[in-house]
Design a protein around this ligand. Structure first.
Ligand SMILES: Cc1cc2nc3c(=O)[nH]c(=O)nc-3n(C[C@H](O)[C@H](O)[C@H](O)COP(=O)(O)O)c2cc1C
Length: 167
């Protein structure tokens, strides 16, 4: 399916500002995906502070988003063929499992979970203490049962491998 629209979503996990563009967005674009990039507010702040946003914008003809549109504005992104949420923090994993769409990134991925034709790939990135939270295992089980492709290995290469093999 490479050549389609890839909904690429990132949240505020350590290192995202260093590898998201060069490790994931650029290689995905080089594989022929048209990127519809949406960031959580934390990820947007970090990427902006790292001076990454202009280079990220250069990966796609679509706007890089982290805020919602006005009701009078058209949707800036087409519906993606596949979503990849990487990295997904413990916070964002919990919100996704519960259907909490309180920012633009969670809005698009929560909606995709209700679209049977749109596969969703999630790479959780959480520390040991966050993984020991009593709700963590339940959140992952919820996402698995919803058909989410969970990439357990770390790093952008694991996400690209999954994309290459599955879509
Ligand atoms: C330097 C730094 C690194 C962080 N790394 C992680 C991480 O790897 N995983 C995680 O779940 N949260 C991490 N956090 C905490 C999240 O950024 C925080 O929970 C934030 O609210 C996540 O928001 P988001 O999910 O909307 O992006 C980190 C915070 C900081 C300041």
């Amino acid at each position: 399916m490479s050549g389609g629209v890839l909904g690429l979503v990132a949240s505020g996990a350590g290192g995202v500002e260093r590898w998201f563009r060069g490790g994931l967005a650029e290689p995905a674009a080089a594989r022929g995906w048209r990127l519809a990039i949406t960031l959580t507010p934390a990820a947007a702040r970090w990427l902006e502070a790292a001076g990454e946003l202009d280079a990220l914008r250069a990966c796609t003809d679509l706007p890089v988003r982290w805020t919602s549109r006005l009701p009078s504005e058209p949707k800036p992104h087409p519906v993606p063929d596949v979503f990849v949420f990487a990295p997904a923090t413990a916070n964002s994993v919990a919100k996704l499992a519960l259907g909490l769409a309180d920012n633009q990134a969670l809005t698009v991925v929560c909606e995709a979970l209700g679209m049977p034709d749109v596969p969703v790939v999630v790479q959780p990135r959480a520390g040991e203490a966050q993984r020991r939270h009593p709700a963590w295992a339940g959140h992952l089980a919820t996402l698995r049962s919803a058909g989410v492709h969970l990439v357990e290995a770390s790093g952008p290469e694991a996400v690209l491998d999954h994309l290459d093999r599955s879509f």
